[in-house]
Design a protein around this ligand. Sequence first.
Ligand code: HMG
Ligand code: MG
Length: 313
Amino acid sequence: MLYRKEEADLSYPANVKIVEVGPRDGLQNEAQIVSAGVKVELIDRLADCGLSFIEAGAFVSPRWVPQMADSAEVLAAIRRKPNVSYPVLVPNIKGLERAIAAGVEEIAVFGAASESFTQKNINCSIAESLERFLPVMAEARAQGLRVRGYVSCVLGCPYEGEVAVSAVSDVAEALYHGGCYEISLGDTIGVGTPAKARAMVNAVAERVPVGDLALHFHDTYGQALANIHACLELGVGTVDSSLAGLGGCPYADGASGNVASEDVLYMLEGLGVKTGIDLALLIETSWWISEQLGRRPASKVALARGGKTEKAS
Ligand code: HMG
Ligand code: MG
C-alpha cells in the first residue's frame, strides 16, 4: 500500500523536451576527427527521428577544440527543417560573429560554477566569463537569436571536487537575467546522485523558474537516469542527452558521455511522458553513428534492441 501511495504522489511533466547534444558534446570529445559529411548526415538523421533541438556544433577556438573546427561547413550543409532548432556553442563575440555568418538562429553561452574549470575551459575567471557573455547575449538577442545558457560543474568539479550550490545559483541567475531563455545545469563529470541533484535543482529554482531549467547530466558513474528521474519530479521539463551516450568534455578529465538519448526516451515512454521522438529510428541512428566511430553504442537500450548488423548475424 505504501508503494502505491508514493506512486500516486509522483508527477512528471506530460511532455519533455529533449535537447540532443551528440553532434556537439559527443563529437567534440572524439579523438578521431569525424568528417563534416558524417556530422551532416548525423544531424539530418536526428531531425528525421523527430528531435526538435539538435546542438549542431561550436564556434569556439579551433586550437582549443579542433573537433568543432568545421562547424560552419556543417551548418551550411545540413537540411534545415522548419520547427527544428540547431543551436551552437559560442564563447565570445568572435564566436557570435561566426555563428551569425553561418545563419544560426540559436546559440548557447557556457559558464561554470567552478573557478578552476572556467579557467581550463574558457581561460578566464567566472566573473570575467559573465562580463564576456553579457555583450554576446545582448547582441545575439538584438539580432533575433535565441540564447541558451549552460552552467557546468553543478554537482562537482574535476579540479576542485565539491561545488557550492550557491555558486551554481549565482551563475545560473546571472545568465538567466542576461537574456538566456533556458539554463542547462551540467553535471560535467557525472558525479551527482539523486538527492544531491534534487537539492541543487531546488536551490537554483529559487532564483530561476524551474520550467526554464534543463538537466545536462553525464553518466560517468551511471547515475544520470536516476538523477533525471528525481529532478523531473520537481517540474523540470527539459533534458539534454546524446545518442549512443557519446560525449565528454575535453577540459574535464574522466568525464564520460552524456546520458544516452535512447535510454532517456525509453524511461520517459515507460512513464507515459511524450517527446515526439521515434525511439526505433533513434536506436538505428545510434548504431549507425557508433559504426562510423568503430564501436558499439554506450546506450543500454540500443544494446538491448540491437543494431541491423547484429540482428543479421
Ligand atoms: P583564449 O586563448 O583566451 O582566446 O581562449 P583569445 O581571445 O586570446 O584568442 C586566442 C586565439 O583564438 C586567437 O587566434 C583568436 O582569434 C582565436 P590567433 O590570433 O592566436 O590565431 N579565437 C577564436 N577562433 C575562432 N572562434 C572563436 C575564437 N575566439 C578566439 N570563437 C576561448 C578563449 C574562449 C576562445 C577558448 O578558451 C575556447 O575556445 N574554449 C572553448 C572550450 C570548449 O569548447 N569546451 C567544450 C565545451 S563546454 C562543455 O563541453 C560543457 C557542457 O557540455 C556542459 C557540461 O557538460 O557541463 C556545455
Ligand atoms: Mg556536456
